[in-house]
Ligand binder design. Structure first.
Ligand code: 13P
Length: 249
């Protein structure tokens, strides 16, 4: 899977124009492709994606259906717009907006129970990496994020390993390193959801993925795709990343 996280970028018209370029350029090769525009552009992008196999995702959601939650958006609202995937627990939500594992778990649970696909993001800060805490952090975020879910539900989740020091910095993890941590996430999943789920669940890498480094990252045995930020805002770069997905996937 290759998913584009457009973050807080693009008005409706700009988002629709980008989606149209992707529809023209994407031949359905190799990967499952999704784009995650901001809430305000979901409707425009859905219209632009009409007839294409590119799926629509959102960048966040609240876990209640409706009520007094000023500024929040619910799963029924997203479903109404044709959203199929939701990014949950992105490091920017965790770091800038103070989302913790308990809230992330509520959101993942809600998304799964509603029949949508969560993309649960995990990843360590530079300080955590430099003090040898990477495994501890991704273990905690994975276990807490998936708490209370059945093996089947866990199997329907997509996980994205996004080391925070690699996001928007131009400094990607090496393919070997990303593969190692994602392999470690599979070991954790095997303990909580069994070997079959651990082997088949999709785990993406995110953090400065570009056409130039995509082939080596996506060619790794444990890496099932990419969650792309900056490079997903330009059609040629995003299509370039998609085109590197090995055919066997
Ligand atoms: P960049 O690709 O811009 O590093 O962002 C990665 C990311 O945060 C995707 O969710």
């Amino acid at each position: 899977m290759v998913a584009g996280n457009w973050k807080m970028n693009k008005t409706c018209a700009q988002a629709a124009a980008l989606a149209e370029e992707l529809v023209k350029g994407y031949r359905g090769e190799g990967a499952e492709v999704a784009v995650c525009p901001p809430f305000t552009a979901l409707k425009c992008v859905k219209e632009a994606l009409e007839g294409s196999s590119i799926r629509l995702g959102a960048q966040n959601v609240y876990h209640e259906d409706d009520g007094a939650f000023t500024g929040e958006v619910s799963v029924p609202m997203l479903k109404d717009l044709g959203v199929e995937l939701v990014i949950v627990g992105h490091s920017e939500r965790r770091q800038i907006f103070g989302e913790g594992d308990a809230l992330v778990n509520k959101k993942v649970t809600k998304v799964l129970k509603s029949g949508l696909t969560p993309i649960l993001c995990v990843g360590e800060t530079l300080e955590e990496r430099e003090t040898g805490k990477t495994e501890e952090v991704v273990r905690r975020q994975t276990i807490e994020g998936l708490k209370g879910l059945s093996e089947r539900e866990i199997g329907r989740t997509v996980i994205a390993y996004e080391p925070i020091w690699a996001i928007g910095t131009g400094r990607s993890a090496t393919a070997d390193d990303a593969n190692g941590i994602i392999g470690y996430i599979r070991e954790i999943l095997e303990k909580i959801a069994g070997k079959e789920t651990a082997d088949t669940i999709r785990i993406l890498y995110g953090g400065s993925v570009k056409p130039a480094n995509a082939a080596s990252l996506l060619g790794q045995p444990h890496i099932d795709g990419a969650l792309v930020g900056g490079a997903s805002l330009k059609a040629d770069e995003f299509l370039g990343i998609i085109s590197t997905i090995p055919e066997r996937r």
